[in-house]
Design a protein around this ligand. Structure first.
Ligand code: SF4
Length: 184
């Protein structure tokens, strides 16, 4: 069963990579550049730095810096200084970047395949895959970059949702994003 699951997930990953690469060719993007762009569209304000992209993709700083320069050159991302700490530079996806992602990510054929399942089956599959991902991240000791709403620091208070680590308020949208500081 373990081998079967591995083979299935591996084949899905390969197919998704091939399809995503094909979609990215319209803008002349390499897969790593697309992955960086997609990550930046899904991460929160604590995780949109060059260092975080490097950690998330598990690549060298040089490779990631080059990829980010390409994304910037194509006006898919912009750099913004942090309002409180000028040493921090955030990487924000532009409207052009979001439009590109909306049209290409996930690939259309993937969406067509998934929507052949019922809503209930889609939801159950997402729950099971999330569980495998969470267990794998913990076992592999790579459990940063989880979704905020599942983090142990995500606290519901009478004033609203707060990050227990930074003590800053979180919007509902924030809680759906990936965070570098995520903790189980
Ligand atoms: S609650 Fe956890 S995941 Fe959410 S912003 Fe705070 S540290 Fe990050």
């Amino acid at each position: 069963m373990n081998d079967e699951l591995f083979n299935l997930i591996e084949r899905l990953s390969n197919l998704l990579r091939q399809e995503t690469r094909a979609e990215g060719q319209s803008l002349g993007l390499q897969p790593v550049q697309q992955e960086a762009l997609y990550y930046l569209s899904t991460c929160n304000r604590y995780s949109d730095t060059t260092l975080a992209v490097t950690e998330f993709l598990g690549l060298t700083k040089g490779t990631v810096s080059q990829s980010l320069k390409v994304l910037e050159g194509k006006k898919l991302i912009v750099r913004e200084k942090d309002k409180n700490d000028k040493r921090i530079t955030h990487l924000k996806v532009t409207e052009v970047g979001n439009t590109f992602l909306a049209a290409t990510c996930p690939p259309k054929k993937f969406t067509e395949a998934v929507t052949q399942l019922s809503d209930k089956d889609q939801s159950n599959t997402a729950i099971l895959l999330s569980e495998i991902l969470r267990n794998y991240q913990i076992t592999a000791e790579r459990n940063a970059f989880g979704v905020c709403r599942h983090c142990k620091f995500n606290q519901k208070t009478p004033e609203g949702i707060v990050c227990g680590l930074t003590k800053e308020p979180l919007s509902t949208e924030d809680t759906m994003l990936i965070c570098r500081e995520y903790c189980t």
